[in-house]
Design a protein around this ligand. Structure first.
Ligand code: PEP
Ligand code: MN
Length: 261
């Protein structure tokens, strides 16, 4: 099992935890800039936005794609924040890297497919870009471990896992159940791999973000990825779980002093 992972980012970007925030989807340049400026004012240094949106069923908003990568670079230019987006295939990787995106993430619906993960990993061979790997939507830790190994085998070392919870049958109070104990076992398999929590997709509700973030901090996680939008109620995707940039402050306070990862 690999253990020689490198820090995702330099110390200056993650002194108080690797905290990433931004809208679920890149909806328009104006909305992105407004949200980014507000998050930047709160001290957030890494801005997320989904440019290609993987929808479980067709027909919803599927993102503005490559056009929205230009908006991410405007955010970077205007705020100095680093940027992150989801990639689901080799063509996305090429476009995102060309547009200067700093961090890539692999979504829960991609981690389930070894073919897709391998294609993306192959396309990244020789690159030093950080890649965040979300847990697969189903409860199969080996798919998650396997995805980490595929990127590792392509020479990538700036890797981190993102714990966003699992789709399980039956009623739960979560959108995606955390299954903290199973994830603790996953962490034992890959010591040295930073792990960050995604309380937005886990809880699926604004009021769950703070308690889930606190739990992740207690468990020694290395950071968070949080969905935040300048007008959450009107968001085109995941509106129930996005918070106003001003509401991120108490979450960040919990993470003050977290070791850089
Ligand atoms: C997202 O981060 O917006 C997203 C689609 O997440 P996940 O892959 O965890 O569902
Ligand atoms: Mn989302």
């Amino acid at each position: 099992m690999p253990t020689d992972f490198l820090p995702v980012l330099s110390d200056t970007h993650s002194r108080d935890g690797l905290i990433i925030a931004g809208p679920c989807s890149a909806e328009s340049l104006d909305r992105m800039l407004l949200t980014a400026r507000q998050l930047c004012a709160q001290g957030i240094k890494i801005f997320r936005a989904g440019t290609w949106k993987p929808r479980t069923r067709p027909g919803g908003f599927e993102g503005h794609g490559a056009k929205a990568l230009g908006w991410l670079s405007e955010v970077k230019k205007s705020t100095g924040m680093l940027t992150a987006t989801e990639v689901g295939c080799a063509a996305h990787v090429e476009a995102a890297l060309d547009a200067g995106v700093d961090i890539l993430w692999i979504g829960a619906r991609t981690t389930v497919s070894p073919f897709a993960v391998q294609d993306i990993a192959d396309s990244l061979r020789g690159c030093d870009v950080p890649v965040l790997i979300k847990n697969p939507s189903c409860v199969d830790m080996n798919l998650w471990i396997g995805a980490v190994e595929r990127f590792y085998n392509s020479g990538l070392r700036r890797l981190a896992a993102v714990h966003r919870g699992f789709k399980i049958p039956g009623e739960t109070s979560y959108r995606n159940a955390p299954l903290w104990e199973l994830v603790a076992e996953f962490r034992k398999e890959l010591p040295g791999l930073p792990i960050i929590c995604d309380p937005s997709h886990m809880g699926g509700a604004r009021q769950m973000i703070l308690p889930l973030s606190a739990r992740a901090r207690e468990l020694g996680y290395d950071g968070l990825i949080i969905e935040s939008h300048c007008d959450p109620d009107s968001a085109l995707t995941d509106s129930f779980q996005q918070i106003l940039p001003s509401d991120i402050k108490p979450v960040m306070d919990i993470w003050k002093g977290c070791a850089a990862c």
